[in-house]
Design a protein around this ligand. Structure first.
Ligand code: HQG
Length: 184
């Protein structure tokens, strides 16, 4: 059966973020996979043109191609440990984290944890955070005073696709979720 671009994009996310071993490819320490090797070993029908089309048209710019055109990597979202080479930068005053209401008790108790990923992911706007939260259930948006945390020494990184990354957010820094901030 023909696979949609979205199916192939999900396959790429899976192997480039989480399980390169699943098809026997290797990521270098910065997360890059050799494109020819990936195409040869992929268990979905893949050609270079299709791969580049997916990278170009991906709404969230999930993937990047190396300057020499030989390698591909995910811009963020890894559970395998990679060094994306991002420099810490000053974040805006506030960033947003979309999650599901069912996780709130645990998050209020333990703070925001990276869970299976390398970093906690934060969004620059509420709309994006709402979409992220909806992937998990009835969404809710947490407001994070990121500039304050940065000024206290915490590092923030901005992935190539605009997603913000940090190690974790303590429970006392999750601004109360107001009615207005609750995604309806
Ligand atoms: C939650 C997608 C209980 C956290 C998105 C989240 C993003 C806790 C879930 C990117 C917790 C992990 C990442 C705690 C955190 N107790 N639950 N203490 N701390 N959580 O998928 O941020 O479409 O690993 O709130 O757009 O949802 O794949 O992270 O709900 O950018 O490109 O644990 O993935 O991008 O879920 O999403 P995830 P996320 P793509």
């Amino acid at each position: 059966m023909a696979q949609s671009l979205s199916d192939i994009s999900k396959f790429l996310s899976y192997v480039l973020r989480h399980k390169p071993d699943a098809i026997g490819i290797e990521l270098d320490p910065e997360g890059w996979a050799n494109i020819e090797d990936l195409i040869a070993k992929a268990d979905v029908p893949l050609m270079r043109g299709l791969l580049l089309e997916i990278v170009d048209t991906c709404d969230k710019k999930r993937f990047a191609i190396s300057a020499d055109g030989e390698f591909i990597r995910a811009n963020q979202g890894h559970s395998v440990v990679v060094d994306l080479g991002l420099e810490p930068v000053e974040p805006p005053a506030l960033l947003y984290h979309g999650t599901a209401i069912r996780f709130l008790d645990s998050i209020r108790e333990k703070g925001l944890l990276p869970q299976n990923r390398q970093y906690v992911h934060l969004s620059a706007d509420r709309q994006t955070a709402k979409k992220v939260g909806e992937r998990h259930g009835k969404p809710v948006i947490l407001v994070i005073p990121t500039l304050q945390l940065h000024q206290a020494g915490q590092q923030f990184f901005r992935a190539q696709n605009g997603v913000w990354l940090t190690n974790g957010i303590g429970p006392s820094f999750l601004l109360d979720v107001s009615e207005e901030a609750t995604a309806g």
